[in-house]
Write a protein that binds this ligand. Structure first.
Ligand code: ATP
Ligand code: K
Ligand code: MG
Length: 676
C-alpha cells in the first residue's frame, strides 16, 4: 500500500471531497452529527426567511439574512468537507485494492486430480496447487512445499517473501503471486470473507463504527448543544422584557456561535484520519477502538526472538558435556534435527555440514518425528530401534532425562550458563537418559532497541519481554535491550497469564505475536498486533495486522493512538474555549443599545451590532477549514508523560482557544464593518 500513498490534498481526493460535502447535506446523514444538524436546521430556517420575506416580515433584512444564510451554509459544508477529505484517502486505497481482487483460475485438488476452477468457487478446506507465476486464488495456509511470494499487492513491499509449510511463515493471502517454486495451499476463507475483502471494507470506512470514546464525546457535545438551545430560546422573551426584539436569524447566529461547532465539525475527521495514519504505516486496524486503545496502553508484552532480537537463531557451536565427545554431540544434535523444519533445526544441520563432520543423520530418518512445540520446548525423533533422541531448552531436557532415571552431567549447568550469559540460547541434546552436550544458538539484539524502550518509558509505558528461553539468556538480552521486566521459560499460556495479571490491575495491555500459539494472548490483549507473515489463527485473533511483519511497530501504533486521543482532546478544548470569546462578541452587541450597562462587557469594541454578529459567525465558520490540517495530521507529539502532555495541551489549546477568536473576530469586524 505504501506505493499508493497519497498526499492529503491530492487533487482527485479534494475534488471528490468537495462533491461529497454537498451529498452529505442530506438531513438523514447529518442527523448522525447532532451539533452540525442543528446548524443545518438553522440554515434552512434562515433560507426560508430569505425566500419568503413578506411572509416573515423580513423585507428590510434580506441582505443581512442572505449573508447569515451563506455563512451558515458554508459552516456545514466545511464540516462535511473535513469528513469527506478524511474518508477520501481510504476510498482511494480501497479502489486500488479492488483492482488486485480479480477472479483467477485455481488448480483445485479433487480426489487426487487437479481440476481448474474459478477462484470464486473456492471454499474453506479446499486444497489448491499454485505454481510459479500464478496468483494465489484465496487466503490459506501452505500445507506442502516452499515458494517465494510477491505480496506487493497488499504490502507495497516488492521484495518477495518465503512461504513454507509448518512454522510461522505458512499463511498466504489471496491476490498475491508465487514467483518461484510450487506450493500446496489449504484455503482458509469463504468468498467475501477474505483478508483482501476485510482490508477493502476497512480502508473504505464501510465497517467504521463510532468508538466508545467518540460516542461519549458526542453525547457531551449534544448535551451542550441542547443547553445552549434552551438558553437561546429563553433569551427572546427576556430581551422582549427589556424592549429589544431579537430577530430569529440573530438568535440562530448566536446559537451557532455558542454550540461547539468546531469540534462537532471535525470530530469524525479526527477519528478517520487517526485510523488512516495507522494504515499509512502499513498496519491494518480492525476498528477505531483498537487504535484508541493503543493510545491508552500501559504495558507492552513483547517476545524476545524475532522482536527484540533478529530471530535468526543459528547454531554456532556444539559443546560436549560429561564424557561425551564432540563428534557424538554433533551427531545426535544432527539426528534430532533431520526433520526439524524450524530455522533452529536447519541451522544445526548446516553447522554440521560446515564443520565437515562425518555424520550421516539421514540414516536415522526412518523414525517418528517429534515436532518442536512451544509447550514442550523440545524437538527430536523416536528412532525405529527404540531410542528417543531429543534437543531442546536445557531445563526441559533435564526434566525429560530425569523422568527416565538419567543423571545430569556435572558440567552441564556451567556450560549452558556460559552460553546464556552471552545472550545465546543453549539447547541440550539427549538420547534416552543421557545428555550428550549443548548446541549454542546465537542471536543478536536489533540495533536501536534501547532508545525505543527509553521512549516508551518516557511515555509511562512498561515493557515486559516474554520468552521461552532460560532465565539467564533472558536476563542478558533484557539488560542489553533495556526492557523493564522479563519472564523466562514461559509457555504460551504464561503470556495470557501476564496479560490477565496486568489487566486485573486496571492496565491496558498490548502485545505482538505471529504464531498460532500466540492467538489466545493476542485475543486477550487490549491491542493485539499480529504479523502478516504469521498464521491465519493469529491474524484472526488480533485486532491489528502489520503488513510489514515488523513486531516493533507496536511502538509507532501506540504513538499514533496517543496522538489521536490528544488531537481530539486538544480540539475539544480549543472549541469550547472559543465559544467563550464569541459570547463576549455577540451578547454585548445585541443588548448594548437597550441596556447601556452592558457596555462593560463590550471589551472588543466592534463596529456595530450587526457586524459583530457576522464577524463572530464568519470566524466560527472559517476556523473549521483552518483546523482541518491539524485534525488530519494530528497535534505534534512528544514522548512525555500523559499528565505533562495534558497540562501542556490545556495551556496551548485552552488559552489559545480563548485568545484566538478575540483577535480573529476583531480583524474580521474591521473589514465587515466597512460593508454594513
Ligand atoms: N527447533 C527447536 N528444537 C528444540 N528446541 C527448541 C527449538 N526452537 C527453540 N527451542 C527451545 O525452546 C525454547 C522456546 O522456544 P520458543 O520459540 O517458544 O520461544 P523463544 O523463541 O525462545 O521465545 P520468544 O517467545 O521470545 O520467541 C527456546 O528458548 C529454545 O530453548
Ligand atoms: K461554535
Ligand atoms: Mg519464538
Amino acid at each position: 500500500m505504501s506505493g499508493q500513498r497519497k498526499s492529503m490534498l491530492s487533487g482527485g481526493i479534494a475534488k471528490q471531497a468537495l462533491k461529497d460535502s454537498f451529498m452529505k447535506l442530506n438531513p438523514a446523514v447529518m442527523m448522525k452529527n447532532p451539533v452540525m444538524f442543528v446548524v443545518e436546521v438553522g440554515t434552512f430556517v434562515v433560507l426560508l426567511m430569505v425566500l419568503f420575506p413578506s411572509y416573515f416580515h423580513t423585507e428590510g433584512r434580506i441582505g443581512f439574512n442572505l449573508t447569515v444564510f451563506l455563512i451558515l451554509l458554508f459552516t456545514v459544508l466545511f464540516a462535511n468537507f473535513a469528513e469527506a477529505l478524511a474518508e477520501g484517502r481510504g476510498k482511494a486505497q480501497a479502489d486500488t485494492l479492488k483492482k488486485s481482487k480479480k477472479d483467477t483460475t485455481a488448480n483445485k485438488m479433487v480426489g487426487g486430480e487437479i481440476k481448474v476452477v474459478s477462484s470464486a468457487e473456492l471454499r474453506k478446506g479446499d486444497v489448491v496447487i499454485v505454481s510459479q507465476g500464478e496468483m494465489i486464488p484465496g487466503d490459506g495456509e501452505v500445507i506442502e512445499g516452499l515458494a517465494s511470494v510477491d505480496e506487493s499487492a497488499i504490502t507495497g513491499e516488492s521484495a518477495p517473501v518465503i512461504k513454507e509449510a509448518g512454522g510461522d511463515f505458512s499463511s498466504v493471502t489471496g491476490g498475491t503471486r508465487v514467483v518461484s517454486d510450487q506450493i500446496k495451499v489449504m484455503i482458509k476463507s469463504d468468498p467475501g470473507e477474505s483478508f483482501l475483502d476485510r482490508m477493502i471494507s476497512l480502508v473504505e470506512g464501510a465497517a467504521r463504527q463510532k468508538t466508545p470514546n467518540e460516542i461519549a464525546l458526542n453525547t457531551l457535545l449534544t448535551t451542550l448543544t441542547l443547553i445552549f438551545l434552551i438558553v437561546v430560546v429563553t433569551l427572546a422573551p427576556i430581551a422582549k422584557y427589556f424592549g429589544i426584539s431579537l430577530d430569529i436569524p440573530v438568535l440562530i447566529s448566536l446559537l451557532v456561535c455558542l454550540i461547539p461547532t468546531t469540534i462537532g465539525g471535525l470530530l469524525s475527521a479526527i477519528g478517520i484520519a487517526g485510523m488512516d495514519r495507522v494504515t499509512q504505516f502499513n498496519v491494518l486496524a480492525m476498528s477505531g477502538k483498537a487504535v484508541e486503545a493503543s493510545g491508552d496502553i500501559n504495558t507492552i508484552i513483547l517476545d524476545k526472538t524475532g522482536t527484540i532480537t533478529f530471530g535468526n537463531r543459528m547454531a554456532s557451536q556444539f559443546i560436549p558435556v560429561g564424557d561425551a565427545d564432540y563428534a557424538e554431540t554433533a551427531y545426535w544434535a544432527a539426528v534430532s534435527s533431520v526433520k526439524d523444519e524450524t530455522p533452529e533445526g536447519r541451522s544445526v544441520l548446516e553447522l554440521v555440514k560446515k564443520q565437515s563432520i562425518e555424520v550421516h543423520p539421514e540414516a536415522a530418518a526412518a523414525g517418528e518425528f517429534i515436532e518442536f512445540k512451544a509447550e514442550t520446548r523440545m524437538s527430536g525423533i523416536d528412532l525405529v530401534d527404540g531410542r528417543h533422541v531429543r534437543k531442546g531448552a536445557v531445563d526441559a531436557v533435564k526434566r525429560w532425562v530425569q523422568a527416565q532415571g538419567g543423571s545430569i552431567p556435572a558440567d552441564l549447568d556451567m556450560e549452558s550458563d556460559k552460553i546464556a550469559s552471552e545472550g545465546g540460547t543453549p539447547l541440550a541434546v539427549a538420547v534416552d537418559s543421557r545428555i550428550y552436550g549443548l548446541i549454542h544458538l546465537k542471536d543478536t539484539v536489533k540495533p536501536g532497541m534501547k532508545e525505543r524502550f527509553d521512549q516508551l518509558r518516557q511515555m509511562g509505558i512498561k515493557t515486559i519481554m516474554c520468552t521461552g528461553d532460560n532465565p539467564l539468556t533472558a536476563a542478558t538480552i533484557a539488560q542489553e535491550a533495556g526492557v523493564d521486566d522479563f519472564i523466562a521459560e514461559s509457555k504460551p499460556e504464561d503470556k495470557i497469564a501476564v496479560i490477565r495479571r496486568e489487566q486485573a490491575e486496571g492496565k491496558l495491555v498490548a502485545m505482538t505475536g505471529d504464531g498460532t500459539n500466540d492467538a489466545p494472548a493476542l485475543a486477550q490483549a487490549d491491542v493485539g498486533l499480529a504479523m502478516n507473515s504469521g498464521t491465519a489463527a493469529a491474524k484472526e485473533a488480533a485486532n491489528m495486522v502489520d503488513l510489514d511483519s515488523d513486531p516493533t511497530k507496536i511502538i509507532e501504533v501506540v504513538a499514533i493512538g496517543k496522538q489521536l486521543l490528544m488531537t481530539r482532546g486538544a480540539l475539544t478544548t480549543f472549541s469550547i474555549a472559543n465559544d467563550v470569546a464569541k459570547y463576549f462578541a455577540i451578547i454585548p452587541a445585541m443588548f448594548m443599545a437597550a441596556i447601556p450597562e452592558m457596555n462593560v462587557l463590550n471589551v472588543m469594541k466592534l463596529g456595530s451590532p450587526l457586524s459583530a454578529i457576522l464577524s463572530a459567525l464568519i470566524f466560527n465558520a472559517v476556523i473549521i477549514p483552518l483546523l482541518i490540517p491539524l485534525a488530519m495530521k494530528g497535534v505534534a507529539y512528544k514522548p512525555i508523560s500523559s499528565s505533562r502532555l495534558l497540562s501542556r495541551n490545556l495551556l496551548i489549546f485552552g488559552l489559545g482557544g480563548v485568545i484566538a477568536p478575540f483577535i480573529g473576530i476583531k480583524l474580521i469586524d474591521l473589514v465587515v464593518h466597512l460593508w454594513i
